[in-house]
Design a protein around this ligand. Structure first.
Ligand code: SAM
Ligand code: DTB
Ligand code: SF4
Length: 357
């Protein structure tokens, strides 16, 4: 048995992946990779169950950062209407609608490099209102100091989203106004404050497979795995420098989901931005590869997302069900083996084992 495999249906939680090991996973035959990923998925999660988050842009556009993918950067002419920080009452109304539609987590995004102290006070109140509705709360507000992370935690924030987006090597091609280390510092502050971490990246920005492998390796080798790992497909917004990027081979997108699942078995891997451009069949492959979270609702932050009726139909056709709130919070990276895990011979222990390069 592989030294990193600790039982018949479990894969141990590792933080010591090498570059070659992760690249070897990407190089596996597609079906082998998907079967391994689904086996690990079933050893750690309820099958056929998907967590549903709804996004709201609480402050839109005019961001001073230069992220080449982002329609909200002040540097690019994308025709976006700027909006100041929303009122607490308007955010509450929007959260109520998300809850009625069936979301269990409400994620508030702001186009900030980092939040100003007076805005953070208002956002703290938004977090309290969202939690009072019985929803999990998530925010993505740019860089935080340790004190700001503490302030958000004190308001009851459950998750903080802060993406690494790509490898450290490729980062400078995409963003010049901050460093990879800035991102890692905020992630450490969020963790130290005791919040759940939501951190992932974007596929389709012109990165290599090695960059994708390095992004996932960096996430997996953090002191604790993020509880949520959003894998976004680039939404090509006219006016942004990346608007003309080549399409991603859909199978390579699925591979990225599968490797994320293998590297971070306990995490919720989110099939994130880009679903509007994907077929139902491609989304089904992503769920097979271990994705178990989506953004739910007609809008992401500024771009479109499949409508609620389409997602309900897709879930019904695939026999998927929404996950109850709180199932991944404070996962503690412990292994849960649901009854019947790996019952199918194709999903057995050898399939779950990590390869040696
Ligand atoms: N300003 C904050 C920050 O950068 O962390 C929070 C909001 S920012 C829009 C959140 C994330 O959205 C980014 O890290 C990026 O992963 C994702 N994102 C932005 N534009 C995107 C696009 N065009 N396609 C896919 N993902 C995108
Ligand atoms: C994440 O990883 N993706 C979401 C959320 N976290 C904040 C944002 C996607 C944004 C897509 C482009 C837009 O709608 O502006
Ligand atoms: Fe600003 Fe975030 Fe967009 Fe970058 S990704 S331009 S930091 S809103």
């Amino acid at each position: 048995m592989d030294q990193h495999t600790d039982g018949a249906t479990t894969a141990s939680i590792r933080h010591d992946w090498s570059r070659l090991q992760v690249q070897a996973l990407f190089a596996l035959p597609f079906i082998d990779l998907l079967l391994r990923a689904q086996a690990v998925h079933r050893a750690h999660h309820e099958p056929n169950t998907v967590q549903m988050s709804t996004l709201l842009s609480i402050k839109t556009g005019a961001c001073p950062e230069d992220c080449a993918y982002c329609p909200q950067s002040v540097r690019y002419e994308t025709g976006l209407d700027r909006e100041e920080l929303m009122s607490v009452a308007a955010v509450r109304d929007s959260a109520m609608r998300a809850r009625e539609a069936g979301a269990t987590r409400f994620c508030m995004g702001a186009a900030y490099r980092s939040p100003k102290p007076k805005d953070l006070k208002v956002i703290a109140q938004m977090i309290r209102e969202v939690r009072a509705l019985g929803l999990e709360s998530c925010a993505t507000l740019g860089m935080l100091t340790p004190a700001q992370a503490e302030e958000l935690k004190a308001a009851g924030l459950d998750y903080y989203n802060h993406n690494l987006d790509t490898s450290a090597e490729f980062y400078g091609e995409i963003i010049t106004t901050r460093t990879y280390q800035d991102r890692l510092d905020t992630l450490a502050a969020v963790r130290a404050a005791g919040m759940n971490v939501c951190c992932g990246g974007i596929i389709g920005m012109g990165e290599t497979v090695a960059d994708r492998a390095e992004l996932l390796r960096t996430l997996a080798n953090l002191p604790a795995h993020p509880e949520s790992v959003p894998i976004n497909q680039l939404v090509k917004v006219p006016g942004t420098p990346l608007a003309g990027c080549a399409d991603v081979d859909p199978f390579d997108f699925v591979r990225t989901i599968a490797v994320a699942r293998l590297l971070m078995p306990r995490a919720h891997v989110r099939l994130s931005a880009g679903r509007e451009q994907m077929s139902d069949e491609l989304q089904a492959l992503c769920f097979l590869a271990g994705a178990n979270s989506i953004f739910y609702g007609e809008k992401l932050l500024t771009t479109g997302n499949p409508d609620v009726a389409a997602d309900r139909d897709l879930f019904a056709r695939l026999g998927l069900k929404p996950e109850a709130p709180g199932s991944d919070a404070a996962s503690g990276e412990t292994t849960r083996v649901p009854p019947g895990a790996a019952a199918h011979p194709a999903l057995s222990s050898t399939a779950a084992a990590a390869p040696t390069p």
